[in-house]
Design a protein around this ligand. Structure first.
Ligand SMILES: Nc1nc2c(ncn2[C@@H]2O[C@@H]3COP(=O)(O)O[C@H]4[C@@H](O)[C@H](n5cnc6c(=O)[nH]c(N)nc65)O[C@@H]4COP(=O)(O)O[C@H]3[C@H]2O)c(=O)[nH]1
Length: 731
């Protein structure tokens, strides 16, 4: 338009484009101009521009500030709702005839231009047309330099009713969204921070009413603890253009800390740069997140740190100890036979025991030490900042561990019951036994295992030689997993003899493992691994089945008397507790068409103690079939007479450890005497195990115990040898 218009250099009156109202110049082009217009309209053609203005429902105007004279382009009438012929105001003084709806505002705008305070102007005015309808006009104008330096303003005028209505609808929507939003929304001046608008969500969140907030900055109200934080956000806003989902901490009117998630947008309001801030209270979310975090790192029963947190603290501790040249210790604790408490007294009692243990542990370590629960009955205590030589530290850690052991073993009273649990403790010293948390835990566990092996209720310090033993154990376990499938197990039979007639009256079936490379393995070792790994269930089932198969062979060969011969088969606690144990025994007996009375199951007190009632129930079912029971290793465990009286066992086996010193150790002598007397009074048969010497047998016989097994008569032998034995002197 500027290129096409010579106005910048000439007076509008000299240019026919701008004429007083009613100018028909463009509507009546001269004859010379006509061909030009019809031949080709171009940008230099004024009629082209006029057509464009009309199409855009726009017009132009000029205003001579000296004379007040106003000129309009053709077509402007339509913008005022006038007919083409109707007069338009040609001077500022009679501009009021156009019925501006907000006339004072229009006048103010003209005045500002007149005063020279604005060289450019952009205003929206409402104007009421003669037909009474209200329309929005946008008027833009700016000063131009004329050749004769007269103050002249030129501009464009156009109808914007549609845009304004749309704007007003969206403003309405915005206002509704602003006020009804559950979030806190504020509009504040960018520079001063003063609130210009706040919604009800803001009042709900902060406790400040609109009147208390508007006109004040968040610092004055104390909503932002520190002004520097806001400034940092403003700087970021400047760089990025907007900020979304940023967590900040604020403070409410009552002083409560508010965890907020804010989004910030820059906006301009009344030509003032402002920020539109939306804030959401995430305190509950933060709380929930903190709880989830806490749960992720703590054991819910005791609220102690769990394995994950322990590992984290151990990592920190190893670094700290290294930096300060100090030592630390890790104690791995496990409660002996804790499962029995759960099984016999129920889980609520078990939980209470764990809580009491937790309290005892927590009160006996320093605040900088860590007590953690790894699960079940496993606890870890980490002692840090220990000064001294390795010897001194080891000595003091041992003392601490021993004190803990004694404290934990103190009786506790629950539901009117007196309970006592003892711990086994494995310990490692940092950094001597490792610097990696996983290694430390593993090594302390190895030491704990050794403590269990040494009879429980004891403390063991890790030694690297233990690791070799643990690795060896893992190797054996892995080999045992394939042993059954590879047919590496067999049964040996040790005769049970009636010394009065030197006659074999029964036998004990004993498991043997022939390792493909290492040869025969010691049952004492591999059987405990079978027990710990759970493999004993399958292997025990196999042993029972194999024992029955052997029995049927012996019966077929008429080598044993089904009415008097008893074969003892060892049953492990896990095997005994299988849901279908009774059915399995029944099935083995019937598969081999055996009379049930020929089978005697050897159980240990380990089975009994874990759940007396269930044990008695299972035993009764088997007894009903005709199977009998022997109590193995009698005298070594809890040896409760109360148990014995209630259990349907008809045989007691005196453990070989008593027999070994039966002659020389007066204690053992008395124990054997007491067991035999008690068995006799309960009408229970007694079998002595591990009889190696004649003198031992004579002593036993002097007490009235005539049944025995032991090297004196025979070692456990393979079936073929046992068959030969039965055929021999007994024939
Ligand atoms: N020093 C000495 N020892 C003697 C003498 N007479 C017998 N023995 C040994 O004493 C153990 C008696 O078996 P146990 O007490 O039931 O103790 C058994 C039993 O508890 C367990 N066991 C053996 N076979 C099985 C099985 O098939 N299943 C289960 N669950 N455990 C089994 O392994 C334990 C050890 O078995 P073994 O090593 O075969 O050890 C056997 C036997 O070889 C003797 O005069 N002197």
């Amino acid at each position: 338009m500027v290129r096409s218009q010579p106005l910048a250099t000439s007076r509008p009156e000299s240019d026919t484009w701008f004429r007083a109202q009613g100018s028909q110049y463009m509507a009546n082009p001269t004859d010379e101009e006509q061909p030009l217009r019809t031949q080709a309209l171009c940008w230099n053609d004024a009629s082209y521009l006029l057509a464009a203005l009309n199409a855009a429902q726009s017009g132009t105007w000029s205003w001579d500030l000296d004379s007040g004279e106003i000129s309009w382009s053709e077509g402007v009438h339509a913008l005022f709702g006038l007919d083409a012929g109707q007069p338009l105001p040609d001077n500022l003084d009679n501009l009021g005839s156009l019925s501006f709806e907000d006339w004072p505002k229009a006048q103010r705008a003209f005045q500002e231009v007149r005063n020279g305070t604005a060289r450019q102007k952009f205003v929206h005015h409402r104007i009421r047309w003669p037909d009474g309808s209200l329309h929005w006009l946008e008027v833009r104008g700016s000063f131009i330099d004329t050749q004769d330096a007269r103050p002249l303003m030129l501009g464009v005028i156009r109808e914007v009713t549609f845009q304004r209505e749309r704007l007003s609808v969206s403003e309405d929507k915005f206002a509704k969204a602003f006020h009804s939003s559950p979030d806190a929304i504020t509009i504040s001046e960018l520079v001063s921070g003063r609130y210009l608008e706040v919604n009800e969500g803001f009042s709900r969140l902060t406790g400040y009413s609109c009147t208390e907030a508007i006109g004040h900055s968040p610092y004055e109200l104390g909503i932002w603890g520190d002004g520097s934080k806001r400034q940092a956000l403003i700087d970021e806003l400047h760089d990025k253009g907007r900020i979304t989902h940023r967590e900040i901490v604020g403070r409410s009117k009552s002083g409560d800390v508010l965890h907020l998630e804010v989004s910030i947008e820059p906006i301009t309001l009344n030509e003032t740069p402002c920020i539109l801030l939306t804030a959401r209270d995430i305190s509950q979310l933060k709380l929930a997140q903190a709880q989830v975090r806490h749960l992720a790192y703590h054991d819910p029963l005791t609220n102690l740190p769990n394995r994950a947190l322990l590992m984290d603290r151990l990592s920190q501790q190893t670094l700290l100890l290294n930096r300060h040249g100090l030592r630390g210790a890790l104690l791995f604790l496990d409660l002996d036979h804790f499962k029995h408490i759960n099984d016999s007294l129920g889980h609520p009692v078990g939980d209470s025991v764990l809580r009491i243990i937790t309290a005892r542990l927590e009160t006996s370590v320093r605040s900088e030490d860590t007590v953690a629960r790894l699960g079940g009955d496993e606890f870890v205590v980490v002692l840090t900042g220990l000064k001294g030589t390795l010897q001194e530290v080891t000595h003091s850690v041992r003392n601490t561990a021993d004190a803990l052991r004694q404290l934990l073993a103190e009786p506790m009273f629950l539901d009117g019951q007196r309970l006592q649990v003892t711990p086994s403790i494995g310990m490692v010293i940092l950094p001597e036994h490792g610097t990696q948390p996983a290694d430390l835990l593993k090594r302390a566990d190895i030491a704990l295992y050794r403590a269990k092996d040494c009879g429980r209720n004891t403390v063991q310090l890790f030694d690297f030689s233990m690791q070799a033993a643990a690795t060896e154990r893992m190797r054996i376990e892995s080999d045992l997993r394939t042993a059954l499938a590879r047919n590496e197990f067999s049964l040996h039979f040790q005769p049970q003899v009636d010394a009065r007639e030197n006659r074999i009256v029964g036998a004990e079936a004993l498991l043997r493992w022939q390792h493909p490379h290492l040869g025969a393995q010691a049952p004492a070792e591999f059987i405990s691994i079978l027990e710990d790994s759970g493999l004993i269930v399958d292997v025990g089932t196999w042993a029972l089945e194999e024992a029955c198969r052997s029995l049927s062979l012996l019966l077929d060969e008429d080598l044993i008397d089904p009415n008097s011969f008893r074969l003892c088969v060892n049953i492990s606690p896990r095997q005994f507790r299988q849901n279908d144990f009774v059915e399995r025994v029944q099935s083995s007996l019937s598969t081999h068409r055996l009379p049930a009375s020929i089978l005697k199951l050897e159980i240990t007190e380990g089975i009994v103690i874990q759940n007396l009632e269930d044990t008695i129930g299972t035993m009764r079912q088997l007894m009903a079939l005709g199977v009998s029971f022997a109590m193995d290793d009698f005298g070594t465990g809890y040896s409760s007479l109360t148990h014995l009286k209630r259990l349907p066992v008809d045989t007691l086996k005196i453990d070989k450890s008593f027999i070994h010193d039966a002659i020389n150790d007066p204690n053992d002598t008395e124990i054997i005497r007491a067991i035999v007397a008690m068995a006799h009074s309960l009408k229970i048969t007694v079998v002595a195990e591990g009889v190696e010497q004649k003198s031992q047998l004579e002593f036993l016989q002097s007490l009235g115990c005539h049944l025995y097994q032991g090297y004196l008569h025979s070692r456990p032998v393979p079936l073929a040898q046992f068959q030969a034995m039965l055929k021999g002197p007994n024939d």
